[in-house]
Design a binder for this molecule. Structure first.
Ligand code: DSN
Length: 415
């Protein structure tokens, strides 16, 4: 990638960007929420659309000069509708947290009750964690997983009947099992609640038809566009027609100002990619790779939470399995060139800053072309690193091996 102007004008930022390119090329990226966008997506992101204000929606803007913004936003919407079969799509949310806030604001009044999944059981911060703004405005009640590690639908139903929530929220950032859409929907219907699913982690698996599409089942579906969906950093909301006006009004003028049209152009490009047959192959390979990782780690004595994975990631109890904390494991893996994040496990006896688990996702390495054979090697490295977590020499040696290996799978060749 050429950055000639930047190189001349701003050496510090140029150095940081080229350093980051090198880091991404040479490192093994296993954070479950990251991916590599295509060059075409990068070009759209870096386009002149960043210069343009376009408050409003296609055909109904507050400023002039919208000939081409309307083209890209309409294409993004139409492509998203085609991928997910959505009745209505809003592509303006800047990211996942604002998308959720916009959705809440569209259908809730301050003080309304929401049932959301507990963070330590695999939910997400924006689904009711006390430190978030939404938790200050709405009354969140958390549901959990059962002993078998699956969503406890009985508890969910009991809580729904007891608390009569206005909204029941599904979605997860670490939970790895398939959701029973019909059961979830039936509980929402029984108590007259609106149903919402935050599919941020699994949007690409749905787009690639590797798992069933939940969009027809739920009233509102929010997502980010940059995880398994492999688009630019951003958010999106899909909903049934009856919520369309409320969602659009809540996004603008309710919550955001001008949409980031360079980002929306990049979303449109990524959605175009997700509609191609190659994306189906990718999504299926992601799940195959995650299954191999689960099996290989289990063979090596790691406990996989939730009883396994149906998606792109596994949650591993490193403290329970190997006696090192999630933070220690994250640091040791980092030193050896493998990036993951420490993560709470259900009912974690440890703290969020030094929890028992690590979360490992394979969607980014799958984008680099890694398959079952490579995943087995990765599992072997993870074991070696965890066992030798205190030994700097061993970690440095593994880093050399990981770097050499990653260079064989270039993310952006010939930078
Ligand atoms: N940070 C994202 C994740 O890692 O799941 C979502 O908040």
């Amino acid at each position: 990638m050429a950055y000639e102007n930047l190189k001349k004008q701003d050496k510090q930022i140029y150095a940081a960007i080229t350093g980051e390119i090198k880091r991404q090329q040479e490192g093994m990226e296993l954070i479950a929420s990251e991916n590599y966008v295509s060059r075409a997506v990068l070009e759209a992101l870096g386009s002149v659309f960043t210069n343009k204000y376009s408050e409003g929606y296609p055909g109904k803007r507050y400023y002039g000069g919208q000939d081409f913004t309307d083209v890209v936003e309409t294409l993004a919407i139409e492509r998203a509708k085609k991928i997910f079969g959505a009745e209505h799509v809003n592509v303006q949310p800047h990211s996942g947290a604002p998308a959720n806030m916009i959705a809440y604001n569209a259908v809730l009044q301050p003080g309304d009750t929401v049932l959301g999944m507990d963070l330590s059981h695999g939910g997400h911060l924006t689904h009711g964690h006390p430190l978030t703004l939404s938790a200050h405005i709405y009354n969140f009640i958390g549901y959990k997983t059962n002993q078998a590690g699956e969503i406890d639908y009985k508890q969910l139903e009991k809580l729904a009947i007891e608390h009569k929530p206005k909204l029941i929220l599904a979605g997860f950032s670490a939970y790895t099992r398939k959701l029973d859409y019909k059961k979830f929907q039936a509980i929402a219907k029984k108590v007259g609640a609106i149903s919402m699913f935050d599919i941020a982690h699994i949007a690409g698996l749905i787009a690639g038809k590797a798992i069933e599409n939940p969009v027809p089942y739920f009233d509102i579906v929010t997502t980010t566009t940059h995880k398994t969906l492999r688009g630019p950093r951003g958010g999106m909301i899909m909903c049934k027609q009856q919520f369309a006006k409320a969602i659009d009004k809540s996004a603008f003028p309710g919550f955001q100002g001008g949409p980031h049209m360079n980002n929306i152009a990049a979303k449109a490009v990524a959605f175009g990619e997700a509609l191609k047959p190659a994306f189906k192959t990718y999504a299926k390979q992601v799940i195959k790779n995650a299954k191999v990782l689960e099996t290989e780690l289990r063979k090596r004595g790691f406990e996989i939470k939730f009883g396994g994975t149906d998606y792109h990631m596994v949650l591993v109890d490193v403290f329970g399995s190997k006696g090192i904390t999630g933070k220690q494991a994250e640091h040791a893996l980092d030193e050896a060139g493998i990036t993951v994040n420490k993560n709470m496990i259900p009912d974690d006896p440890r703290s969020p800053m030094d929890p028992s688990g690590i979360r490992i996702g394979v969607q980014a390495v799958t984008s680099r072309g890694m398959k079952e054979k490579e995943i087995k090697l990765i599992a072997g490295w993870i074991e070696e690193i965890v066992l030798a977590h205190d030994d700097k020499k061993v970690l440095a040696q593994i880093k050399k091996e990981v770097t050499t290996f990653c260079k064989k799978y270039p993310i952006y060749p010939a930078v």
